[in-house]
Write a protein that binds this ligand. Sequence first.
Ligand code: AMP
Ligand code: MG
Length: 418
Amino acid sequence: MAQLSDDCFAFGGELLGVDAALALIDARIVPVVGDEAVKLSAAAGRILARELVARFDVPPHANSAVDGFALAHADLAPDRETILPVAGRAAAGHPLDRPAARGEAIRIFTGAPMPDGTDTVMMQEDCVIEAGRVRIKPGIKKGANRRHAGEDVTAGSVALSAGRRLKPADLGLAAALGNDSVRVFRPLRAAMLSTGDEVCEPGTTLPPGAIYDANRVMLAALLRGLGCLVSDLGICPDRAGALADTLSTAAAGHDLIVTSGGVSTGEEDHVRAAIEKLGRLDFWRLAIKPGRPVALGQLQGVPLIGLPGNPVAAALTFAILARPLILRLSGANEPPPPTYPVRAGFGYRKRTGRREYVRATLARENGGLVAHKYPKDGAGILSSIVRSDGFVILGESLSELAVGGMVEFLPFSEVFGS
Ligand code: AMP
Ligand code: MG
């Protein structure tokens, strides 16, 4: 339990809580993009701009769930075998061309419309088939193996709500409702840049004291995963003038600007100053660890989110703040990512008043899930994310977590997948 002693965020001053920051995003950020029609085949991951109302029932007709024999339940003897003549055939796409008469069994296959006059399907495996007749055991329930019209979607109901990010099953449902295209929001145009005189382009020779840019490619992939069209503005040096120029140019052609690094209080941190000079700063210090310096503001009306330079802090603040901001800006309307209660396989002490996110792996132990903390917790240890499964969230009021205590777990797949 060494977290308190090597704590580099231990200084005073009012920090904005995570929930307050999210509420601010909710209040200040509105969708900025128009909408367009796209073919269903190209709509995966896009955000539905208008709710999709079912114009008819799905399935459109009552149909058989199995291969067998359709019949009227009232024709069956309750306590002994019934023998019925097989008087017709209904296959998928080939309905019986007449109503079934009382006392008839109709040979039927999965997906075939239920002939009028029948209400129950006997599975072929449960029948004895003889020449022109079928012997049926007693005991089947009325309505067995029959699918009702509209049991999936009822005509007039909302099949998919506006603001939904379309998943493969959503596309299937839209297609089942006869749509070959949908109206979706235009993708957000996001500008992405790194800052730092020490930050270098991978693939080039590293000068003394420099490091390769880990953030830009990671954050650009996260942005694309949320459907953004990303302009890569490269690496900006730690010079106030250069940064201000790059940012104001970016504001002209984009719906969002994302930066990494340079948001702290150091002499070489120019992002916050640039936002203050060129636009409006909403906040720049959050009660969160890792990632305390993170700036949200607007430049010429374009939201700018300044993520911290430390790669773990950049990834975390992207997940917790940038992601909901981007979703809202893009017109998406979805609940926060779910978290799951698990047992802590570690003890931990923390400062109250801020929310901490601890990288952890999950193991199944004694029938339950236990979260084990990644051994190194520095904000620059990107391999801690590579080798973990998610974040254990330790709330603002918590000061000490005992081994075995219940904690909330946020899987990376919920926030880093898309
Ligand atoms: P900063 O937020 O600019 O003060 O940077 C904090 C730490 O993150 C420093 O150790 C930086 O060298 C490091 N850092 C900043 N930007 C990047 C980047 N793009 N990739 C990897 N590390 C970075
Ligand atoms: Mg820097």
